[in-house]
Design a protein around this ligand. Structure first.
Ligand code: DX5
Ligand code: ZN
Length: 214
């Protein structure tokens, strides 16, 4: 699946920008609180408005502190998937339970330096594992290939039946790097600048999809 990140869109034209990625699978929405990451984007009222006009389901990536408090609200507004950061959670299974109870898939995100091993026991409670391939906070950064062993290990656990998860990568994904991520076993690809920075976002999505399959 291809999930364009709205972070690279024109925030003055959000409805139009969602219409430009109607060929995508999910619309990735980065929620930042200026505490968990050194950047501030948008919150529930704006995400709710985006959900009303988006032609594709929302994939909310919460880069915020206290996700226990806020995550269910994003599920309630109709997001398909709501992802919280492992580093910000005190009780990941409880958050997953609350997100699922509110009607969304539950995702767990790991920053580049966070090991998969530390969260193996909680991953059965989640539907999505988001492996960050840049430090969270900003679009347009360079892809960190050194994170891919984490994706490979997660893919091994999924394929051997130990886990059932979407494996999502986020950060620096473009037509060159997507092949490496797909080869490592990712199946959901977030792309901000590679889609919204292109003259024709629909063509960029098609190109990414083709490269992920080769
Ligand atoms: C970064 C965000 C990403 C970002 C990706 O913290 O989580 O979703 O928008 O942007 P690109 O694809 O430009 O790296
Ligand atoms: Zn993101």
């Amino acid at each position: 699946m291809i999930a364009p990140s709205l972070l690279s869109a024109d925030f003055a034209r959000l409805a139009d920008e969602t219409a430009r990625i109607a060929d995508a699978d999910w619309l990735h929405v980065d929620v930042m609180d200026a505490h968990f990451v050194p950047n501030l984007t948008l919150g529930r009222p704006v995400v709710e408005a985006i959900a009303r006009v988006s032609p594709v389901p929302l994939d909310c990536h919460l880069m915020i502190e206290d996700p226990e408090r806020w995550a269910p609200g994003y599920a309630e507004l109709g997001a398909r998937n709501v992802t919280v950061h492992a580093e910000a959670c005190t009780d990941p299974p409880a958050v997953a339970r609350d997100i699922r109870a509110a009607g969304a898939l539950a995702g767990l995100a790991l920053k580049p330096g966070t090991p998969l091993e530390a969260y193996l026991d909680v991953l059965p409670d989640f539907d999505t594992l988001l492996v960050m391939t840049v430090e969270p906070g900003f679009g347009g950064q360079a892809f960190m290939a050194k994170v891919l062993p984490k994706v490979r290990e997660a893919r091994r656990l999924v394929d051997s039946g130990h886990l059932a998860l979407f494996l999502e990568v986020d950060g620096g994904i473009n037509a060159d790097t997507i092949e490496q991520a797909a080869d490592a076993g990712a199946d959901v690809f977030v792309a901000g600048s590679a889609v919204y920075g292109a003259a024709d976002p629909a063509a960029a999505i098609a190109a990414l999809r083709a490269r992920a399959r080769t």
